[in-house]
Design a protein around this ligand. Sequence first.
Ligand SMILES: [Zn+2]
Length: 285
Amino acid sequence: MNTRARLPLSAAVSFALFTATLPPAAAQGNEKALIEDLVAANHILVDQAVLDAYGHVSVRNPANPQHFFMGRNLAPALVTAADVVAYDMDGNAINAKPGFTHFLERFIHTEIYKARADVNAVVHSHSMVVIPFANTPIQLRPMFHVSSFLSPNVPVFDIRKAVGGPTNMLVGNAAIGKALAETIGQNSVALMRGHGEVVVAPTIALVVFRALYTDANARMQAQAIASGGPIVFLDAEEAAAATKGRGPGARPRLGTVEAQGFGAMTARTRSVTAIRFSIETLVDG
Ligand SMILES: [Zn+2]
């Protein structure tokens, strides 16, 4: 039985900083390395409880910007390189293996990539610590320098308003995906009322970083609200200064050591997988 303890967030980030010295996979056009990073991203975000049985991570193919890579319809803890599928900007799978099924919500990814040429990686999660900020008027704002990318704004996508009536809450077609992309605008994160969040970045490593620290910020902000005092957030100038230096090229890729270290499934992720198997015929988020 694997009893490995959950690695602290600081360990994940320390390695991300270390890998900043590695050459960027995108610049090399190294598809194999990019897919290794995508697999590692899935496992890191499961390990850090940003993803559970659901959610997905994608990365644009630098060799063909009209395609992106994402795991097939599978719990992110289980994704291996063999499960990664290329999709076009209509959400069609390219040369997928027989029997593979695909996430209904791949339109989140297609429409953001179409709208944002600067975005090369997308995370969609149902993170439970951010949903309170999606379902209330309380805005998620940067609590500390590391989450400065939450400035100037974390918009909230309300699918009811986008569609004009009740839905099953899922981004199940391109029109809803387009409305979500419009809501994100030029921001790094959008919350989705009653559903979760979308995080975008110019690299796979940076999108993992942002997804981790969006969660961390939500936990800290909730704690500060519970303490009852007025909260002093980073102001726009502080956030802009803190974000400087974490743009494209910073932390360019994840590493194979991370893939091995985080790839070993913990007892927790195995139990999540079991839940997935029991309800996957009911929900495809
Ligand atoms: Zn979803």
